[in-house]
Design a protein around this ligand. Structure first.
Ligand SMILES: Nc1ncnc2c1ncn2[C@@H]1O[C@H](COP(=O)(O)OP(=O)(O)OP(=O)(O)O)[C@@H](O)[C@H]1O
Ligand SMILES: [Mg+2]
Length: 324
C-alpha cells in the first residue's frame, strides 16, 4: 500500500550570524547549509495495517508524512502510495488519502464542523449517499451529534481532534496519515481516539500511518513500528521483537527498614535508589531473575518485590542511543 525506497529530503537553509552587521553581510553573501531531514529511508506498509512511526523531535516524521501526502517534493527516492506518486495527479490522488496534523487545524474555525464536512463533500466529490452514510457512522461512533453543530472555535482540543478525524475520513480514503493525533489530549480523549481508529481500521480496512510521542498509542494500535532517528530508519519490525531483543526485567524492591547501604550482584544495573527502596534492571542474558530475587531475600528484609517489563519508552531510548 505504501512503498518507499531510499527517500531523501534535504532542506537548504542559510546560516546567519547574530547582529546587525551580520544581517547586512548576509544580504550580499549567504552561507548555505543543507539539512538532511530524510537521509535515505525505506518503508513498506501493507494494506489494512496500522503502522506506528516514531522517533525523537526533528527525526523526520512530519517531513515523511508531508511527502507521502504530496505536500512536499522529495529530493530523491521512490514513493508509491496505492499506486500513486503522491505529488503527481494531485486531484485524483487526494481522493485516496486522508491526512490529520495534530498541530495544525484543517477545520474552518468559524464554521460548525458539519459545514466543513459539507465543504469536503464538494471538494472530494463525495456522492450524497456515501456522505450521509459515513457522516452518520462516524458521528455515532464518536458520539458527536451536538458537537458538530457548534462553531469549531468553541470546541475543546479533544472535540476538535475528533471532528478533524471525521473530516479526513468522509470520502472513504484507503490510507490515512495521522501526525500526532493525540497531542495535548487527556487520557480519556486519547483512549476514545484510539478506539475510534481501531474500529475504523477493522470495519473499513483503512491503512493508517501514525506518528506519535505517546507510546501507549503504539502499544494499543500497532503491531509493527518503524523508528526514525536523524533522517534514518533505525528499527522496522514488531513491537514484541523489540521487547524480546532487549531481554530485561525490572525489579522494584521495597525494604522493610531504611538502609544506608546495600549491594546487588555484580553486573546488575541500579535504576533508582532510596533508603527504603531500590529499582534494578536484570539483563536475562546475564542473570536469572529468580537467583537475583533469592540474593535480595537472603541479604535484606523485604516488604515487597515487584517484577515488571521495561517501559517501551526506555526500550526506545536504548535503541536511539545504540544507533548514534
Ligand atoms: N521547511 C523546512 N526548512 C528547513 N528545515 C526543515 C523544514 N522542515 C523541517 N526541517 C528540518 O527537518 C528535520 C526533520 O523535521 P520534522 O518536522 O520532519 O521532524 P519530526 O520528526 O516531525 O519532529 P517532531 O517530533 O518534533 O514533530 C528537522 O531538523 C527540521 O528542522
Ligand atoms: Mg512532527
Amino acid at each position: 500500500m505504501i512503498e518507499v525506497k531510499d527517500l531523501k529530503k534535504h532542506f537548504r537553509t542559510f546560516k546567519k550570524e547574530q547582529g546587525l552587521k551580520a544581517s547586512i553581510k548576509s544580504l550580499f553573501h549567504r552561507e548555505f547549509v543543507d539539512v538532511k531531514a530524510l537521509d535515505g529511508i525505506s518503508l513498506d506498509v501493507k494494506q489494512g495495517e496500522i503502522r506506528g512511526f516514531i522517533g525523537p523531535n526533528g527525526a523526520g516524521k512530519s517531513t515523511t508524512i508531508k511527502i507521502l501526502s504530496g505536500v512536499l517534493y522529495p529530493t530523491s527516492g521512490y514513493v508509491s502510495v496505492n499506486g500513486f506518486e503522491p505529488w503527481k495527479q494531485r486531484e485524483k490522488y487526494v481522493k485516496n488519502i486522508g491526512v490529520v496534523f495534530g498541530q495544525k487545524q484543517q477545520l474552518w474555525l468559524d464554521l460548525p464542523s458539519v459545514d466543513t464536512f459539507h465543504l469536503n463533500k464538494e471538494i472530494y466529490d463525495i456522492p450524497q449517499e456515501l456522505f450521509t452514510k459515513n457522516l452518520d457512522y462516524f458521528v455515532k461512533l464518536f458520539d458527536l451529534e451536538d458537537i458538530i453543530r457548534r462553531p469549531a472555535r468553541q470546541l475543546s482540543l479533544g472535540e476538535k481532534m475528533k471532528c478533524e478525524l471525521i473530516a479526513a475520513l468522509l470520502h472513504d480514503p484507503k490510507i490515512v496519515f495521522l501526525d500526532e493525533p493525540t497531542i495535548g489530549l487527556d487520557v480519556l480523549s486519547k483512549e476514545k481516539i484510539r478506539q475510534f481508529i481501531k474500529k475504523v481500521n477493522k470495519d473499513k480496512g483503512i491503512t493508517f500511518l501514525l506518528t506519535t510521542h505517546d507510546l501507549d498509542d503504539i502499544e494499543n494500535l500497532c503491531q509493527k513500528i518503524t523508528i526514525i532517528n536523524q533522517g534514518k530508519i533505525i528499527y522496522d519490525d514488531t513491537l514484541q521483537k523489540i521487547k524480546a531483543e532487549i531481554d530485561t526485567k525490572i525489579l522494584d524492591v521495597k525494604f522493610s527498614k531504611a538502609l544506608k547501604e546495600y549491594k546487588v550482584p555484580e553486573g546488575i544495573k541500579i535504576l533508582n535508589k532510596g533508603d527504603m527502596e531500590i529499582k534494578i534492571e536484570v539483563d536475562k542474558k546475564k542473570h536469572k531473575v529468580d537467583e537475583v530475587i533469592g540474593y535480595i531475600l537472603k541479604h535484606y528484609a523485604i516488604n515487597d518485590i515487584n517484577v515488571s517489563n521495561p517501559e517501551i519508552e526506555d526500550i526506545i531510548k536504548k535503541i536511539y542511543s545504540q544507533s548514534k
